[in-house]
Design a binder for this molecule. Sequence first.
Ligand code: ME8
Length: 597
Amino acid sequence: MRTPSLLVTRSCKAIHRLQQSAFASPVSALYRHQTISVLRNSSTVSCKDDRSYYITTPIFYVNASPHLGHLYSAVIADCLHRYKLLQGFNSKFATGTDEHGLKIQQAAEAAGKDPLTFCTDVSERFKHLFNRCNISYTDYIRTTEQRHHQAVKHFWSVLWNKGLIYKGSYEGWYSTQDESFLTALQVGDAVDSSGNEIKVSLESGHKVEWMKEENYMFRLSAFRSQLLDWLKGNPRAIQPEIFYQVVLKWLQEDLPDLSVSRQRSRLQWGIPVPGDAEQTIYVWLDALVNYLTVAGYPDIHNQWWNVAHHIVGKDILKFHAVYWPAFLLGAGLPLPQTIYVHSHWTVGGKKMSKSLGNVVDPLERSKQFTTDGMRYFLLRQGVPDSDSDYTDDKAFKLLNAELADSLGGLLNRCTAPALNPAQVYTAFCPQSFPSEQGGRAVGEDYHMLEAVKNLPAVVEQHYESMHVYKALEAISACVRQTNGFVQRHAPWKLERSDITDQRWLDTIIHVSLECLRMYGTLLQPVVPEISDKLLSRLGVQPDERGLADVNFLPKIRGLDCPFEGRVLGSDTGVLFTRLENLDRDKQNPKKTKKAKK
Ligand code: ME8
């Protein structure tokens, strides 16, 4: 029988060979992707060069300022990126702006600016928001950059040389707002704000116009069965499952060829079709290639392209789960590992939009709730499978309850000079809290330890499937349990002059500090500043904060605890200051006063 390590080495070599090989046909590209997936899944230990990870957000249109939904996608991606770094991966994280197309051309005209100046201004606003919210991207791509033009032109030429693009004519509906072509079945009647009858996209509600043009078409119809094979062979390629099912359904319907250029006379703001200056490349083909540009395409790009994961909103699922994989198959490139789809933030049950005037400004809110507060709220309340409704009140309540009271309260208790006058990571006493019951700890305490010990595995599973809210729910439940543990044993009532009581008090604090160390470590991807403050206060050094360093409560297993006896960090500041909801307090002064008592 072959040993597992031999199998792994062989699988790794085979994956490497497949990744390096050049493929000519769409079928072989699909075969390569599937074979790599099978080999990866068959390896019990990850290959060395598997320690790379590449995560992307959509690149955002610069026709308007960023809103809460844009920040949400960026925060999810940032959280996964930071989590992968904690796991010891070499992670690349890209975000940026989508700057070509009719929509941008018109927005620049309306603003009376030349398109590039207009794009630069708005792109800078996105960058400012992301920097302010600790979005730790490693690459910020703008589609107006030279490196991207080169990648798009090269990509187009590959498809053209394979006979996958042909000159034809398109006649049908087009939505400039969505930069998308629609069939008659996707269009309905509506009335605009001036009372005129118009046609709109049934999916987005945006206005559509009839368009008839000579342009270039991509043979999308030729890829239907390969796309189906890909999805059937990779049921976790699109997550969550409901969106996977949506895509399967689309692929069972008609899949007409796709127009991939516009006449230059109508659209100047874009990349010209190589060899035909009368045509401009369709903005979605241009935009999707950004993921390759960042990976290094057309030069060496395998290291990143083979481990690519996309985060997208449900509004752009078809572009990412149908068009993009078809383009990639056509170009003989591997398909993304995962497309993580999230639903939308609504306000008053409606999708945020400028015309409805219900856009939530993420910059203003991140000042109000703090950066980490905003990040925590989005990830704790945002559910990928269904839309979440935003209200300020929800944010106030959640952040005060979970960050200020529960987590902050626990830290306060364990570090309060009254209970911990020496300001140290107190000692654990095995007689008070033996590994089996028999000391002063009770059954519920052992349950709590079990839950905290299992937390890294639970959190990992939820982070990996983009269910960050479930990871945070699990952490929050453990924090409550730890508070319950302290409350149950009321260390402030113990008799300090009694040596056994003093040892038990130190043990209660030691256990609670160990729990806090666990929470601080696991929360780093979500609330980096709060985690840093928490871990620093516990005296945990920056090189002791990886997932591999967690090693929860070793003393109960008779092992040394490197933290025991250490002096606590000197910053005694509040972990998360309670937020005052001034608007609500103004409306309900009595209620607020009472609540404060
Ligand atoms: O579609 N809730 O850009 P875009 C949650 N340029 N997320 C939201 C949201 C909401 N209400 N509104 C927007 C484009 N988003 C293209 C993408 S990628 C190659 C090109 C997020 O500025 C969500 O991720 O319209 C959505 O898919 C994306 O912003 C759309 O941003």
